[in-house]
Design a protein around this ligand. Structure first.
Ligand code: GDP
Ligand code: MG
Length: 303
């Protein structure tokens, strides 16, 4: 029998290339939120996969991009810190597009820091048949001929088991670092608040962009005599402007209702219990520029 292996793997890449979706697929559980909006992921969340051969701890990072404000700076700093001391980095790219400047920035950064990495060309399902060969050529010349890369689809699962096999070859022999049934390193309220933020991003698209934070005020297990227990969750959605508050609430509360319903359903799946969710919206001007607010809403430097 092979010896047990364990170690840390960081996923790095431009925003929106599918890093979080890929981690969910590899782990087989929804622990990290995804959306078509760039910068959905704000923390270096760890997702844990335990198999009979070993344990992989995946570190999900916000996409690396040029920072525009304090929150952006923390995001980029954390992404860069997340490659320190890990056993291998997976550089994720969006193969439905040609390699771009953002990819080059990351490639150069990895080269400069002499970080060993595996390349995963994600979203291969989106590449039309007649373009597949051309796209491979473009990536071959981008990385140089001696660099191998894997074609994957976080949607369809293509290439995912090969990716895991390769990752394992980079891990040192070692014991389990987390107990078997742990799939995530984040406290529950972080996961819950992210499930709400995900629905805000998905449903309001570009209108309420990144100025949104969610604070879980209360989580309470309600026991009822008839045995139909449930978890009551109270949360506040924080935005920067009152116009954004208006959009979030919607006509007669219609938007908030949609957000609440979808978030509640994902929360129930996560905690395996019916959920009653109560949502409030609050305006806190410029919260992203204020250190104390960033801390209050759970953003801090991870190192
Ligand atoms: P991240 O910013 O790199 O973490 O990207 P996300 O995981 O949030 O994904 C960004 C968007 O790409 C989401 O809308 C995903 O559903 C979508 N996506 C991710 N992986 C794939 C894939 O393999 N195929 C397709 N078609 N879409 C994908
Ligand atoms: Mg992400």
């Amino acid at each position: 029998m092979n010896n047990y292996r364990s170690g840390f793997v960081t996923l790095l890449g431009r925003p929106n290339v599918g890093k979080s979706t890929l981690i969910n697929k590899l782990i087989g559980e929804k622990i990290t939120i995804t959306s078509p909006i760039a910068q959905t992921t704000r923390k270096n969340l760890k997702g844990i996969l335990t198999t009979k051969n070993g344990q992989i701890i995946f570190v999900d990072t916000p996409g690396v991009h040029k920072p525009h404000h304090r929150l952006g700076e923390i995001l980029v700093k954390n992404a860069k810190a997340a490659i320190n001391g890990v056993d291998i980095v997976i550089f994720v790219l969006d193969s439905s597009k040609e390699p771009g400047r953002g990819d080059k920035y990351i490639k150069d950064f990895l080269a400069a820091s002499q970080t060993e990495f595996i390349v995963a060309l994600n979203k291969w399902d989106l590449v039309e048949k007649e373009f597949k060969e051309l796209r491979l050529e473009q990536y071959r010349s981008f990385f140089g001929n001696n660099k191998n890369f894997l074609i994957v689809s976080a949607f369809e699962g293509e290439g995912c088991s090969q990716l895991l096999d390769i990752v394992f070859t980079f891990l040192p022999e070692g014991p389990k670092l987390y107990c078997e049934d742990t799939i995530c390193d984040q406290p529950l309220d972080n996961l819950l608040s992210d499930l709400i933020r995900e629905q805000v991003l998905i449903n309001t698209r570009e209108e309420v962009p990144h100025s949104v934070a969610v604070k879980i005020e209360k989580i309470e297990e309600i026991k009822r005599k008839n045995g139909k227990n449930f978890t009551a969750i109270l949360a506040t959605i924080i935005v920067e402007r009152s116009t954004q508050k208006g959009i979030l609430i919607g006509k007669k509360g219609s938007m908030l209702k949609i957000i609440g319903q979808s978030a509640r359903s994902n929360m129930s799946k996560l905690i395996d219990d019916p959920v009653h969710l109560e949502l409030f919206v609050k305006v806190v001007p410029n919260w992203r520029k204020k250190e104390s607010r960033l801390l209050e809403f759970g953003y801090e430097e991870d190192f």
